[in-house]
Ligand binder design. Structure first.
Ligand code: SF4
Ligand code: SF4
Length: 458
């Protein structure tokens, strides 16, 4: 199996006594964007010195900026079913928790999507618990179809990423045909004994089957896959190295590693006690592992959800996060029930701001909020996408697309304040575009958008 526990544990053991000089050597290497070995990453995970930490954060921020510029992609989750046959110790949807389960009908899905569209969302992550009877693949395919077919004035969902349980090649092929964006699946923990403890007596308890899900997804034709770990279940240093090994495995076998990596941190959920998890990841460690991951896999998107507070998300944007969710509800039918306070969430959220508020903050911090979904619609997926990212060319499309989608948001969902500060930022950023033809195109498109055209992208 490609997650060799002994290999990771030895790397961590050997790196334990890493001197300041050894850490500095790795930082110097990271700064040159030469790529890091597993040993380098293990050494970097030992970093404690304040000055070196600052240096590492600044390298991580520079790497992100040099590849993706200052755009931040915004999305929202859509929970369609909380039926679940599993008993994941850390999750509020586990089978042994008693509450009235539900799955949304096609009409209810469309209702939720209309609310999301009214918030300005264009990109969703569809989420469901695992239940082969109540929530089979046909239900998921129908849900995807319902989402894509729901329009609300100018609102339309242009990309659906899907986060459903590990499944078969055949099912992945169906998801591909349904035009999903990224297939997302968190390994939760790569540490096998912990994995088995966390998933007692349930389908999800098969470590190998879960671990090889992306292999099957790739065989089914899905070439953008998004990994992740639920930080807090096991040693975070072990998890970071394991994520790298998984990424290497996918690169070696399929020519493309993780499209994204998510960084959920364990939070309180119904029927679990945080105190009983011995590996809680404090804020300092969390910042460190995000920055190290950014340095180790510069071309992979890093996703941060509203599990984290506004302050933490703001800080992590500086060290490598490139996608955030906004205005999220993590309950089935949650967007509709939000106002009524009835929704049962899968876990507690920390950032409750609306997308409008999130966007204003991003703009104040000089980021360009982006609702871009261009790559997958232009066929820039898998290794085609990675080639573009690795050549440094992705910025030529990311920035302009961010500007155009932000303008679209401002016109359709913004208030006066957003119009003012958003348009000013777009003009400032457009002026910095080096290629004259692209700069002109962006400025022309701004006018076209104002005249009513929509969905302009490169
Ligand atoms: Fe079910 Fe997923 Fe929750 Fe596990 S994490 S109990 S599989 S919804
Ligand atoms: Fe993402 Fe591609 Fe759009 Fe950049 S251009 S934001 S990589 S979809």
């Amino acid at each position: 199996m490609f997650i060799n526990h002994e290999y990771i544990e030895n790397l961590l053991e050997e790196a334990k006594g890493a001197s300041k000089e050894e850490i500095q050597k790795v930082l110097n290497k990271a700064e040159k964007k030469k790529g890091l070995s597993h040993k380098d990453i293990a050494i970097l995970l030992q970093i404690e010195d304040e000055e070196q930490l600052k240096e590492m954060y600044s390298i991580a921020g520079d790497i992100k900026k040099s590849i993706y510029g200052n755009r931040i992609v915004v999305f929202a989750p859509l929970y369609v079913s909380d039926y679940c046959v599993n008993n994941c110790v850390y999750c509020g949807y586990k089978k042994c928790n008693q509450f009235a389960r539900k799955k949304l009908t096609r009409e209810e899905i469309q209702q939720e999507v209309k609310i999301l569209e009214k918030m300005g969302h264009k990109r969703l992550a569809l989420e469901a618990g695992e239940d082969p009877v109540n929530c089979d693949i046909d239900y998921i395919l129908d849900a995807i179809d319902a989402v894509y077919k729901t329009e609300n004035e100018n609102g339309v969902i242009r990309r659906i990423n899907v986060n459903i349980a590990a499944t078969t090649v055949e099912d992945y092929r169906k998801l591909k045909e349904a035009k999903i964006g990224t297939y997302i699946l968190f390994q939760e923990t790569y540490h096998k004994p912990t994995y088995e403890k966390m998933h007692p007596k349930c389908v999800k308890g098969d470590y190998e089957y879960h671990l090889t899900a992306f292999d099957r997804a790739m065989e089914g034709g899905i070439d953008d896959v998004g990994g992740g770990v639920l930080f807090g279940l096991s040693d975070p240093k072990f998890e970071v190295l394991a994520l790298m090994l998984h990424n290497d495995h996918l690169e070696e076998k399929y020519g493309v590693g993780f499209h994204t990596i998510s960084f959920p941190r364990l939070r309180k959920a119904e029927g679990m006690d945080l105190e009983t998890f011995p590996h809680s990841v404090d804020d300092d460690m969390f910042k460190k592992i995000v920055a190290i991951t950014r340095i180790a896999v510069p071309f992979t998107g890093i996703i941060m959800s509203t599990r984290e507070s506004a302050e933490m998300r703001r800080e992590l944007l500086k060290y490598g996060v490139s996608q955030i969710s906004a205005g999220s509800c993590t309950g089935v039918g949650g967007y509709k029930e939000h106002e009524e306070g009835k929704a049962i969430n899968q876990f507690d959220l920390a950032d409750h701001r609306s997308p409008l508020e999130v966007l204003k903050q991003l703009i104040d911090d000089k980021y360009i909020p982006s609702y871009c979904t261009a790559c997958y619609r232009k066929g820039r997926t898998g290794d085609r996408f990675m080639r573009l990212a690795k050549s440094g060319q992705i910025q030529n499309v990311c920035g302009p697309n961010a500007m155009m989608t932000l303008m679209e948001f401002i016109l359709d969902y913004g208030d006066e304040e957003l119009y003012k500060k958003g348009e000013a930022l777009i003009r400032e950023e457009a002026a910095k575009i080096e290629r004259e033809d692209i700069r002109k195109l962006v400025l022309d498109n701004m006018e076209k958008l104002k005249k009513g055209e929509r969905d302009l992208y490169l």
